[in-house]
Ligand binder design. Structure first.
Ligand code: ADP
Length: 577
């Protein structure tokens, strides 16, 4: 219970009890006043009248003066009849007195009058005793009630007297002692008020303060400086660039590597706002940019590498931004106090990658010539000039031809891929007829179509508007779509090829009735070297990746719609010329 409520409750009850005590006392005093006032008013006066009448009776024979005294007192008594029976006695006195007035010599009448007066006195004395008993009873009950309420008041006051000063004073004393302890640098001092009242809250705030002070006190300055130097040395000796920012993007530290690649002097870097520096420095801008929004060229969310020219050579780095989260002393919620930008030097990997690409490019280029000469020799062998071949030799020749075609396709794909990887796609974009591209591609796949006896259904308008395209590369993509469609179609199946105008461009569709592509792999088939598990292993997994690069390099769009068991529709769209 809050102290405020406790005080209100205690003092409120005490106030009510004192009020009750005062009302009870006042009530009883008023009752006593009523009782004693009646005795005086009703009975004392009657006794006085009857005494005067007694005295007047003694002098009744002295003359008319005594008569007047008696009559005056009798009249007063007749007006002051208050007790039961008093009226009858008074009337008797008046009767006997009137009779005596008429017969003054009657000796009986004075005796009767005196008896009457004695009776009147007795009635009033009894009334006085009854009233006195009543007053006594009132006094007794007043005593009981006043004592009872007084005791309750006393007990409450006593409880308050014993508890209240301690309840308020003790925590204040403890707090004072603890504050004095803190002032004397005893930071381990804590308050232990368990209640949920104001003192409980005070203790919790005090303890948080003491905890913080203790932490500050323990973090001795020289110790901190040593720690700082140690961490600085550690960061400086790292071979990878590291930059630390505070929550307002102010540069807190940058190791030697970071200073070297930034090209800014350390003094101009440290303590400066990275946002302001980014306005003039491209590298800092690239470093503090949180979300790159870029993805790997094949749709993979790959971390983009930064190409940095420093130390007279080109280096490649991968960036990582780490948020520094801490829980401040005495608090509960985590708070971000800055960021650390880490750069991983990936130059050796990049160099290996370049070497691989160059190697592939050279090898595939070098292989092209011997393969072409094999093909030429095959053609010569086929012609009659070189003599007839028997069936077995013809079969061998056809398998050599198939293999050399495959080899030529693979080397072509590898060469294209190396061009894509080095960013050397040479485009020859010109206004081209979609129908011409289609015709060229269809012509190229005629043999495999015939081999598998596949029907090719063409829905295309010859008059379709020209597109902005590199004829050769676009035909390559369409041929790749068609070869895949043939490869994944059943014997004697059907392939639809369609050209549609889409307003801004022309869309090429190749639809087959093959096994389709599982939704799990649909986004991956455009990745390099990816092949759907369980599909024919004769390819390289590069065809669709190169197609995507070729179409996107021409500003077009490529995609696939497919359901497993429902066939696939590959498409690309190019802008109208
Ligand atoms: P590959 O040289 O292996 O055909 P691609 O890049 O052309 O390489 O194709 C990648 C993968 O996509 C293939 O391994 C195949 O599983 C799948 N794929 C391509 N075209 C089709 C198609 N028409 N029907 C079913 N699967 C296909």
């Amino acid at each position: 219970m809050k102290i405020k409520t406790k005080l209100r409750l205690g003092l409120g009850v005490l106030f009510l009890m004192i009020l009750a005590l005062s009302l009870i006392a006042a009530g009883y005093i008023y009752a006593l006043k009523e009782d004693t006032e009646n005795i005086l008013q009703d009975n004392y006066k009657t006794l006085d009248y009857s005494r005067s009448m007694f005295l007047a009776m003694d002098e009744i024979h002295a003359g008319p003066k005594a008569w007047t005294g008696f009559e005056r007192n009798l009249k007063e008594q007749q007006l002051n009849v208050t007790e039961p029976g008093e009226g009858a006695v008074t009337r008797k006195i008046a009767g006997h007195y009137n009779a005596l007035k008429k017969d003054t010599d009657n000796p009986q009448l004075p005796v009767l009058i005196r008896n009457d007066l004695a009776e009147l006195t007795r009635i009033n004395m009894e009334a006085i005793r009854a009233k006195s008993d009543k007053a006594l009873a009132t006094v007794r009950s007043a005593f009981i009630w006043i004592a009872l309420t007084g005791t309750v008041c006393f007990l409450i006051a006593l409880t308050l007297l014993i508890n209240l000063p301690g309840n308020i004073g003790n925590p204040i004393r403890d707090l004072t002692e603890s504050i004095q302890a803190i002032a004397a640098k005893k930071y381990a001092e804590r308050l232990h008020f368990s209640g949920k009242d104001e003192f409980g809250e005070l203790a919790s705030s005090f303890n948080t303060m003491a905890e913080k002070l203790e932490e500050y006190n323990n973090s001795n300055l020289s110790q901190i400086l040593i720690e700082k130097k140690r961490i600085e040395a550690l960061i400086n000796n790292m071979h990878e660039p590291v930059i630390g920012l505070d929550e307002n993007k102010k540069i807190l530290f940058a190791n030697e590597e970071a200073v070297k690649i930034s090209g800014i002097a350390a003094t101009d870097l440290l303590g400066k706002s990275a946002t302001e520096l980014a306005e003039q420095n491209d590298l800092i801008r690239a470093l503090i940019r949180e979300k790159e929004g870029l993805h790997g060229s094949m749709g993979n969310p790959a971390a983009p590498s930064l190409k940095i020219y420093a130390d007279d050579k080109e280096s490649y780095f991968e960036k990582e931004i780490v948020d520094i989260m801490i829980v401040p002393t005495g608090e509960r919620l985590k708070k971000c106090i800055g960021q650390v930008i880490l750069l991983k030097n990936i130059t050796p990997f990049k160099e290996l990658d370049f070497a691989k690409t160059n190697f592939i490019a050279t090898v595939s280029h070098e292989l092209k010539t011997p393969i072409a000469s094999i093909k030429m020799s095959l053609q010569l062998l086929e012609s009659r000039q070189t003599g007839d071949l028997n069936e077995e030799q013809k079969q061998l020749m056809s398998s050599i031809k198939e293999d050399s075609d495959r080899l030529l396709k693979i080397t072509g794909e590898l060469l294209n891929m190396s061009q894509v990887e080095t960013g050397n796609i040479q485009l020859n974009i010109q206004s081209s007829s979609p129908y011409a591209i289609l015709k060229y591609a269809v012509e190229a796949v005629r043999t495999p179509l015939e081999q598998k006896q596949i029907e090719l259904v063409v829905h295309a308008d010859e008059q379709l508007a020209d597109v902005k395209a590199d004829m050769e590369k676009t035909a390559w993509v369409l041929i790749n779509f068609l070869t895949n469609a043939v490869r994944y179609s059943q014997q004697e199946g059907r392939i639809h090829i369609q050209l549609t105008s889409t307003g801004e461009g022309v869309k090429f569709h190749v639809q087959d009735e093959g096994k389709g592509i599982d939704s799990r792999y649909r986004n991956k088939i455009f990745d390099r070297y990816f092949q759907v598990p369980g599909s024919s292993k004769t390819g390289t997994g590069l065809g669709l990746a190169i197609s995507k690069e070729f179409i996107e390099a021409q500003g077009g769009r490529i995609g696939v719609n497919s359901e497993i068991g429902m066939g696939s529709t590959f498409y690309f769209e190019l802008a109208k010329a």
